[in-house]
Design a protein around this ligand. Structure first.
Ligand code: NAP
Length: 284
C-alpha cells in the first residue's frame, strides 16, 4: 500500500487488447493516480510485458478484455476470491518483483447493485468478467444461469448453462457485444428487445459513447438499469483503495468517466513495449 505522496509518483495502467475505449485512465487520474496510462498489449506479449512492469516503475495495473484469466496465471500470489473466480482485474507489483492478483469486479458489481440482490439472474458470457459476476451473485445467494455463444466455455463456471436466454429478475451482459461502434444492436446475444421485459433489472458491463443499445432498450421499457460506467466506477474505487489505502473519491471518479473529454479520440492498437523506466509513454 502506498502513501499519499507515493501514489502521485508511481506508475499505473490498464492492460487490454483493445484498450483504446477505456475510461480508466481519465477516472484514475482524476482520483489522483496522475501517472496512469493505457497499456495496449496483445495476448502474445502479455506475459513478458506484465513481468517487466514492476521494474519499469509500475505499482499497479488494471486488467481488461481479454486478459483477466491470463493475468491470474501470471501473478505469483492471488486473493482467495481471484483464485476461486479464476480471473484477475487488478495486479499489484511489489518492490521485490512479485505480482499479486485481486478481483474487484465481483464486489464492484454488488456495490453497483446497491444492496438489492435478486433471487434469480441470467449472465451472458463466460469470459473473465462473467466468472466474477457469477461468483459474486452465487456467493450472495442468487440462483444464476449462464448463456454463452460457446457453451463449452460456460460449463466451466459451475452453474446451469442455458441454450437460449431464460427469464430472471436480473440480466447481466458480460460479453463484449456492444463495445464495437459498428454493433448497433445486440442480436449476437440471442435476445430481442421485446424479450427484455422478462427481466426486472438489466446490467451491461460494456460502456461506450452514447450508451449501449441494450441499456437504451431496457430503459425504454421502464426496467431498472445499471450501465457499464457505474460498474467501472464501483470496481475502480475498490482498486484505488487497495493501491493507496485511501477512500476513493467516488463523485470525482464518476464525473470523470461521464466527461466527454475522457473518451479517447484516436484509437491505439499497437502492442506496448516496456523495457525500463524511460521507455513507456506515461502520457498515453
Ligand atoms: P473476455 O474474457 O474476452 O470474454 C468475452 C466474452 O464475450 C465471451 O463470453 C465471448 O464469448 C463473448 N463474445 C465476444 N464476442 C461475441 C459475439 N460477437 N457474440 C456473442 N458473444 C461474444 O472479456 P471480459 O474481460 O469478460 O470482458 C467482457 C466485456 O465486459 C468487455 O467489453 C469489457 O470491456 C467489459 N467489462 C467492463 C467492466 C466495467 O468496469 N464496466 C468490467 C469488466 C468487463 P465466447 O466465449 O463465445 O468467445
Amino acid at each position: 500500500m502506498l502513501g499519499q505522496l507515493d501514489h502521485c509518483e508511481r506508475r499505473f495502467g490498464v492492460l487490454g487488447w483493445p484498450v483504446s475505449h477505456s475510461r480508466s485512465p481519465a477516472m484514475m487520474r482524476a482520483a489522483g493516480l496522475q501517472r496512469y496510462q493505457r497499456l495496449p498489449v496483445a495476448p502474445g506479449v502479455l506475459h513478458d510485458t506484465v513481468r517487466a512492469l514492476g521494474a519499469a516503475g509500475f505499482h499497479g495495473a488494471n486488467v481488461t478484455i481479454p486478459h483477466k484469466e491470463a493475468a491470474l496465471a501470471i501473478a505469483d500470489t492471488a486473493s482467495d476470491a481471484a483464485r476461486e473466480i479464476g480471473a484477475a482485474n487488478t495486479l499489484t507489483f511489489g518492490d521485490d518483483g512479485s505480482i499479486a492478483a485481486e478481483n474487484t469486479d465481483a464486489p464492484g458489481l454488488l456495490a453497483a447493485l446497491g444492496g438489492t440482490l435478486p433471487a434469480t439472474a441470467l449472465v451472458l458470457g463466460a469470459g473473465g468478467s462473467a466468472r466474477a459476476v457469477v461468483w459474486a451473485l452465487t456467493h450472495a445467494g442468487t440462483a444464476v444461469s449462464v448463456w454463452n455463444r460457446t457453451p463449452q466455455r460456460a460449463r466451466a463456471l459451475g452453474v446451469p448453462v442455458v441454450q437460449r436466454p431464460v427469464p430472471a429478475e436480473l440480466l447481466v451482459n458480460c460479453t463484449s457485444v456492444g463495445l464495437d461502434r459498428s454493433s448497433t444492436d445486440f442480436k449476437d446475444l440471442a435476445l430481442d428487445a421485446d424479450g427484455l421485459s422478462e427481466y426486472t433489472t438489466v446490467v451491461d458491463l460494456v460502456y461506450r459513447a452514447g450508451g449501449t443499445s441494450l441499456i437504451q432498450q431496457a430503459a425504454e421499457r421502464g426496467l431498472h438499469t445499471v450501465d457499464g460506467l457505474e460498474i467501472l466506477v464501483s470496481q475502480g474505487a475498490l482498486t484505488f483503495t487497495l493501491w493507496t489505502g485511501l477512500p476513493a473519491p467516488l463523485q470525482t471518479m464518476r464525473a470523470a468517466v461521464e466527461d466527454k473529454a475522457s473518451q479517447p479520440r484516436v484509437p491505439r492498437a499497437h502492442p506496448l513495449q516496456v523495457t525500463d523506466r524511460r521507455s513507456a509513454d506515461p502520457g498515453s
